[in-house]
Design a protein around this ligand. Sequence first.
Ligand SMILES: Cc1cc2nc3c(=O)[nH]c(=O)nc-3n(C[C@H](O)[C@H](O)[C@H](O)COP(=O)(O)OP(=O)(O)OC[C@H]3O[C@@H](n4cnc5c(N)ncnc54)[C@H](O)[C@@H]3O)c2cc1C
Length: 326
Amino acid sequence: MSSILVYALHNEGAFNKNSLGAVSEGARLAGELGGECHAVVVGEQSGLADDLCASLGRYGAAKVFRVEGPEGLAQPVVDAMAKIIGENGHRYALFGGGLLGFEIGAGLTARLDAGVCMEVTNVRTEDGKLVSERPILQDSSVSDVHYRSDVGVIIGRLNAFEARESGEAGAAVADVDVEFEPHSLKAKMVTRGEQRGADVNIEDADILVAGGRGLGKAEGFETLEELAGALGGAVAATRAVVDAGWYSYSAQIGQTGKTVSPKLYLAAGISGAIQHKVGMQSSENIVAINKDANAPIFEFSDLGIVGDLNKIVPKLTEAVKARKSG
Ligand SMILES: Cc1cc2nc3c(=O)[nH]c(=O)nc-3n(C[C@H](O)[C@H](O)[C@H](O)COP(=O)(O)OP(=O)(O)OC[C@H]3O[C@@H](n4cnc5c(N)ncnc54)[C@H](O)[C@@H]3O)c2cc1C
C-alpha cells in the first residue's frame, strides 16, 4: 500500500495552516495511489490531546502517530519519522514547507538516503507513483521530478497546498515511543513566538497590506498598520524596505522571503519586481496602489489604483472604519 507520511506542526493547541494543507494534499495523493495519509505529531504530551491529534482526520489523515518529545525542533522529528517509516513502509514523506519543514525534510532525506524535491508547488500521480512539480528559472518554467529511491521526500513551497476539510471523522491516534539520537536532543527551545510586524502570522492572514519603497520612509508603515488593523489583516513588505530597515525581515514576501496566498493582497508603493511577484502571485485578489501607471505590478493586479498612496491609504482606512461602525 502506497502510504504517505506528513509532518504536522502544532503550537498552542492548533495546527498551522501550512501543515493542514500538507495533510489535505497527502490525503488526496494517497487516495489516488490507493493508500492512506498518515500524520506525525511530536510534542509534550500535555499539548497533544487526543482530540487535537484526531482532528487531523477532518483533513484526510487516516492515522496520527503521536510522539512524546521536544516541540518545534527538527532533529527529534527526523528520528520519529525515520522510525515510523521504517516500521510502516511509507513510500513518501510530505512537508508543507517553511523553515522547519525544509530542515526536517533535508535531515530525513540524508537519514533514509531518499530522493528529495523542495519548493514543490504541485504533485501529481503517474503510473502509481508521485511526480513533484517544481518551478525553476524564477518561476518561468516548471520541472518534473520523479523518484527512484525507496522513499521520496516532497517539501512544498510555503502554503502551496490548500487546507481542505474532507468531512471525514477523527483519525486513529497511535502513540509511538522514539529513542532520540543523542545529537537530536542537543538543541533546546529557548523561546517560541512570531516576530511579525503586527504580531500576526502573515502566512495565515486572509488579508495582507504590503508596503514597498514608495512609502518613502519607515514611518510610512504606520499608515499601513492602521489600514491592516481596520481590515483585520496583517502587514507585509518588499525586500527593498526590509533591507533598508523599515520593517521586519519576517514580513518579507518574495523569492527570498515568504510565499503567501491571502484572499486580498493590497500592495502600496510596490513596483512588482519578479522576485516579489513569485511570493504573492497566487493571492486571490491583488489590489495595487502606485503613482506610476506603467508600474509592472499593474500587469498582474485585479484592481489598480494610480495615485499617491499618502493620500489614498488614509482615505481607504477612514472608509473601512466608517463602514464597520455604520
Ligand atoms: C536574488 C534576488 C532576490 C530578491 N528577493 C526579493 C524578495 O524576496 N522580495 C522582494 O520584494 N524583492 C526581492 N528582490 C528585490 C526586487 O528585485 C526589487 O528590487 C524589490 O522587490 C523592489 O521593492 P519595491 O517594490 O519596494 O521598490 P521599487 O522597485 O523601488 O518600487 C517602488 C514603487 O513605489 C512607487 N511609488 C513611489 N512613491 C509612491 C507614492 N507616493 N504613491 C504610490 N506609489 C509610489 C514607485 O512608482 C515604484 O513603482 C530580490 C532581488 C534579487 C536580485
